[in-house]
Write a protein that binds this ligand. Sequence first.
Ligand code: SAM
Length: 211
Amino acid sequence: MYEKERFDLAESLYKKGITDKATLKAIIKVERHLFVKQGLLNHAYKDSALYLGHGQTISQPYTVAFMTEKLNVKSGDPVLEIGTGSGYQAAILHEMGARVYTIERNFELYQEVSKLFQNMRLHIYPRCGDGTIGWNEFAPYAGIIVTAGSPSVPPSLKSQLAIGGRLVIPIGNMKEQELYILTKTGEDTFETEIAPNFQFVPLIGKEGWKS
Ligand code: SAM
């Protein structure tokens, strides 16, 4: 179902500058319509963010693809996502072979997405809680992706990243952010690349915005 729409979406993302083959393959494979609300099915393969309920959104496919490309995951890599939302971003990383741990602070969303992962038989590890402090039990991670905007980079996430790993996180005010791509080069050293013009809902927690 919707195979042509997925292919067309991947093609449009390629034209917008996404060139990583593994990312584009995952966009073609993962059925985004299963992650959106019933009433929005006709919009599932448009390149736009969609309302999820509970005041939250499923990110625009271009943003998902851009962040995924920057994360540079390899099959078998342990990856931590902060902000599970609909579960679509987690499913893309899982499709690429990553071992995905994902944290959502909203309990209703966490319950809905856990059920969805089970029904779809996706071996993704969800948890409800404050992702700004990470998930120490399974650290270090080869990649950490934060899908909500933060005022600064949470120190816990920096420390739970493996040397050589990448942390992708929107940093800015509550409405607009730049995407920071940090590569960990040593115990406490990072190289940072910055991409402008992103808009995410706020990352709320101990090392993010205060609620
Ligand atoms: N990645 C999601 C997807 O694929 O649908 C989109 C995420 S949505 C833009 C951001 C999510 O981050 C919301 O569901 C919100 O509840 C969650 N969030 C905000 N602060 C958080 C925190 N401290 N820990 C975990 N989740 C958080």
